[in-house]
Design a protein around this ligand. Structure first.
Ligand code: P6P
Length: 340
């Protein structure tokens, strides 16, 4: 039986093989430790009365689940003590949080503590999404403008999925690597080294109840996939948890769409702590992430909680979606029509 590689050992090797790589990789290990605690909170939620709504409404007007709050407190409390972070931004916090405990460091953490929280009560996979940036100021309290960085400025990004197993997947710009939590040893064990997303998928993932509110190019694109126009038979899969839908497509290939629609002109998902980190991971695995018009990683946020339309997954599927967007729909069905 080969010796199992833990996340700590893998990260240590990564740091040794990449002289000069910052100590920000330690933040992946720290997020994993906090993620173990959140995994326990998720798994025990029904037993500890942590299911359901907290009765609070967040800055986005959404009902806050008890687990959203608990997980946010866990990540903030555990991450601020490491001495590497100057500040944090979270879906659950209206404003940027300046780290004061234990002194602050040169990095910024952005995260969604529990994405997919509407699925918590029905035992469907949910996840944490996170990303690390270098702060732009030399010291002092963190200000919100320091978080307004483009996705390609991320130092590392990852997610933790709380599903049939608890997995941590991350990239630091040197490939995408997945680790599975061994609940007996408490270690995250390397199980998916250098994940590559298939260039073309056979799965599309979108909430088709929104179809009538989509633009014509989006409707035409989905119809094209359904009719086999891409040369492959597609099936629909939609879990309603971004991390779970993304993770499946990362491993099997496919495309996830949460486009703009007539009731949500900027889409639903957040640029800074949802689309951006997953876009970094997708591109590092050979996939793509787009608004339909622009590369997600090129976008500069203007506010912490800015929403963005998202089409993310296998490169050929995203490319085709962009062709439909740029040619206004049907005319993109045949490749020659899309040659611009
Ligand atoms: P809808 C969960 O609430 C979430 O933020 C993502 O995890 C998920 O992809 C999306 O919203 C689902 O939204 O409108 O289809 O329920």
């Amino acid at each position: 039986m080969p010796t199992k590689t833990t996340l700590e050992i893998f990260i240590r090797h990564q740091r040794q093989s990449r002289p000069g790589s910052g100590d920000y990789l330690q933040l992946i290990v720290d997020m994993a430790e906090a993620g173990k605690r959140v995994a326990a909170q998720v798994n025990q939620a029904a037993l500890t009365g942590a299911l359901g709504s907290s009765g609070q409404i967040n800055v986005h007007g959404e009902s806050v689940q008890k687990l959203d709050e608990a997980a946010n407190e866990t990540f903030v409390g555990m991450m601020e003590r490491g001495g590497l972070l100057a500040g944090m931004a979270s879906e659950e916090m209206e404003n940027a949080y300046s780290v004061t405990a234990e002194g602050s460091g040169p990095y910024l953490l952005v995260f969604d503590p529990v994405d997919g929280s509407s699925n918590i009560d029905v035992n469907v996979s949910i996840g944490t999404i996170f990303s690390i940036y270098r702060r732009t100021e030399k010291g002092g309290r963190v200000c919100e403008s320091e978080f307004m960085q483009r996705g390609w400025e991320q130092l590392c990004a990852g997610y933790i999925t709380y599903g049939s197993s608890t997995m941590l997947v991350y990239t630091a710009g040197d490939g995408v690597h997945g680790f599975t939590l061994d609940t007996y040893s408490g270690d995250f064990i390397l199980t998916h080294e250098n994940i590559r997303m298939p260039a073309a998928g056979e799965i599309y993932s979108a909430n088709e109840a929104n179809r009538e509110r989509w633009s014509a190019p989006v409707r035409d694109y989905i119809d094209h996939l359904r009719r086999g126009g891409a040369g492959r038979k597609y099936t629909g899969r939609y879990i309603g948890s971004l991390v779970a839908d993304f993770h499946r497509n990362l491993l099997k290939g496919g495309v996830f769409l949460y486009p703009a629609d007539s009731s949500a002109p900027q889409g639903k998902l957040r640029l800074l702590y949802e689309a951006g980190p997953l876009a970094f991971i997708a591109e590092q695995a050979g996939g793509k992430a787009s608004t339909g018009d622009e590369r997600i990683l090129d976008l500069k946020p203007e506010t912490l909680h800015q929403r963005v339309p998202l089409i993310i997954g296998s490169a050929e599927d995203v490319d085709l979606a962009e062709r439909f967007q740029s040619t206004g729909g049907r005319r993109a069905a045949t490749p020659e029509a899309a040659v611009i």
